[in-house]
Design a protein. Structure first.
Ligand code: HEC
Length: 165
């Protein structure tokens, strides 16, 4: 009897251990399966740089710093002063605060959304009609990682599609 009790206790314990191991696997596996893939990031950066050079550079400039009073910097923490017609919509999106661009972790979605759909009433027009999901993914990956932004974000086309309006 005693032996059997011990036996079943051992079974319960190892069952717990198995469950804990499965949980740990579930938590760690996605992290292990997708470390920010250098190669994927580099390929997207290259494609994104090309699109940026053709499509965005005239306003946001090669160094991503825009032009004072007109085109906002795409560089995290960069100063930008302009009249309220320009800063207002940016402030509303949480991308500008007290004269500084804030393009932090939670702003990725807004940036994809803006590139696709523009900012109504400003010169930032919608690129959704002319850029594919792949191209938007590449150019947003580029602006999130260029010029020292280094967010590590790898944007995929399936993150872009649901934000099309
Ligand atoms: C014709 C000029 C013009 C072009 C071309 C342009 N933008 Fe903009 N962009 C603007 C302006 C102006 C704003 C600010 C709008 C406002 O006042 O709210 C802006 C804002 C933004 C913002 C949000 C603010 C910020 O600094 O993060 C992002 C992101 C952005 N643009 C990305 C792009 C990307 C990527 C491209 C190329 C695919 C692009 N823009 C092309 C004029 C332009």
């Amino acid at each position: 009897m005693i032996y059997q009790n011990n036996g079943s206790r051992v079974k319960v314990q190892s069952g717990c251990r198995l469950l804990a191991a499965l949980l740990l696997c579930a938590i760690h596996f996605p992290v292990l399966a997708s470390p920010p893939d250098e190669q994927e990031l580099n390929a997207l950066m290259e494609q994104g740089r090309e699109i940026y050079g053709k499509t965005c550079v005239a306003c946001h400039q090669p160094d991503g710093m825009g032009t004072e009073g007109n085109f906002p910097p795409l560089v995290d923490g960069a100063a930008f002063e302009a009249n309220a017609a320009i800063t207002g919509p940016l402030e509303g999106l949480g991308l500008w605060e007290d004269g500084v661009m804030t393009l932090g972790e939670d702003k990725l979605k807004y940036m994809i959304y803006i590139v696709l759909n523009g900012i109504p009433g400003t010169r930032m027009f919608a690129f959704g009609p002319t850029l594919s999901n792949e191209e938007v993914a590449a150019v947003v990956t580029y602006i999130r990682n260029a010029w020292g932004n280094n967010k590590g974000d790898v944007v995929t086309p399936d993150m872009v599609e649901p934000l099309r309006r």
